[in-house]
Design a protein around this ligand. Structure first.
Ligand code: NAD
Ligand code: DAU
Length: 330
């Protein structure tokens, strides 16, 4: 089985490559990655049966032969950070929309199976206290340039399935945590700040809720959908992991033996989504998937240990990331 993983040098894609090599002895993996600031070849270095092609998913001539050779394409490649999309939306439009379009055209030409990775943010946000969660079929109401570009990519996939019979599925997952996540994101930023003795930064009140899932659970669900999902369907991936940002900050502070109030409130994110929460019942009922990481505290502990043990992986980025946040008062 030849698996084309776009964005496989990024956080979730790299973890997907590792678990695919470990769990699928018949798999040969080609990674197509532009190696933007968020892609790191070290995340997949030294793996057998993995080839890295450096290139852009928005470039048809790069994408076409790779899709032609693949049995399945898993599209993780994206600009993925909300804060960056507020500063400059243009790469989000090119990669997330034009890039998905080029992948769809290639899978249309070659009849290749596609799984498109998307986000729960396409559904907008929920009130902090309402009992409702996001469910498949909810209307798309994205808030940011990032989430609207992901929503646009999903709509392209749906149209290519219906109009051209492209064999594709979509998944929309909640917030991931685990190893190899870029330190611009909340959990690794907070961990690496504490490694450096710097107080964590909490946007606004910190009462916003995210539905945390370990990256390995996201990826095991993706394989279940590839194997058992119905073509044309959308599956929501989540593991009932709702926590607000204050709770997560205090849990990470505890990992470092620091006082629970040893953090700073900083400027809020414009348009900040209040709460994400996933109803995963369609995925569970149709595929039998269950998450392995039921204990967020244990998964967070392992993640803290990973960042402590892998400083060489993240250190080169730290100064520039913090300089960018400082300019925004964050
Ligand atoms: P990431 O930013 O860590 O990695 C993205 C990867 O894509 C990088 O390796 C980057 O170099 C590559 N890339 C960017 N533009 C490219 C292009 N034009 N051509 C080829 N490669 C390109 O992102 P992530 O957090 O791993 O997210 C992966 C996917 O999962 C995204 O589609 C994102 O929307 C989705 N997602 C992320 C989360 C999360 O919590 N991180 C949750 C749900 C869904
Ligand atoms: O829900 C899925 C989405 O989760 C993915 O589609 C995105 O790619 C991924 O980045 C993530 O989006 P968020 O915007 O929720 O993640 P982020 O890590 O940027 O922020 C998580 C929460 O923490 C959010 O409420 C903002 C807040 N925050 C973030 C940073 C970086 C802070 O309070 N302080 C910080 O320093």
């Amino acid at each position: 089985m030849r698996v084309l993983v776009t964005g496989g040098a990024g956080f979730i894609g790299a973890n997907f490559v590792h678990s695919t090599i470990e769990n699928h002895p018949d798999a040969e993996v080609t990674v197509l990655d532009k190696l933007t600031y968020a892609g790191n070849p070290d995340s997949i270095a030294g793996l057998d049966r993995v080839e890295l092609v450096v290139g852009d998913i928005a470039d048809a001539d790069t994408v076409d032969p790779l899709v032609k050779d693949a049995d399945v394409v898993v599209n993780f490649a994206a600009e993925s950070h909300n804060d960056n999309s507020l500063n400059d939306p243009s790469p989000f439009i090119r990669t997330n929309i034009e890039g998905t379009f080029q992948i769809l055209e290639a899978v249309r030409r070659h009849g290749t199976r596609l799984h498109h990775i998307s986000t729960d943010e396409v559904y907008g946000d929920l009130e902090i206290d309402e009992p409702r969660k996001f469910a498949p079929g909810d209307p798309y109401k994205p808030s940011s340039p990032y989430s609207s570009s992901k929503g646009a990519s999903d709509l392209l996939v749906r149209a290519w399935v219906r109009s051209f019979g492209v064999p594709a599925t979509i998944s929309n997952c909640s917030n991931n945590y685990g190893p190899y996540q870029h330190i611009e994101k909340f959990i690794p930023r907070t961990i690496t700040n504490l490694i450096d003795g710097v107080r964590p930064r909490v946007y606004g009140t910190g009462e916003q809720v995210r539905d945390w899932i370990h990256v390995l659970d996201h990826n095991s669900a993706v394989w279940e959908i590839i194997n058992k999902g119905r073509i044309g369907e959308t599956y929501l991936i989540g593991a009932n992991g709702e926590k607000n940002n204050l709770e997560v900050t205090k849990m990470i502070l505890a990992e470092f033996g620091r006082d629970p109030d040893d953090f700073d409130h900083v400027n809020d994110r414009p348009g900040h989504d209040q709460r994400y929460a996933i109803d995963n019942s369609k995925l569970v009922e149709e595929t039998g998937w269950q998450p392995s990481f039921q204990d967020f505290a244990a998964g967070l502990h392992n993640t803290v240990e990973w960042y402590k043990a892998n400083e060489a992986w993240w250190r080169p980025q730290k100064e520039a990331v913090e300089a960018k946040y400082a300019k925004q008062g964050q």
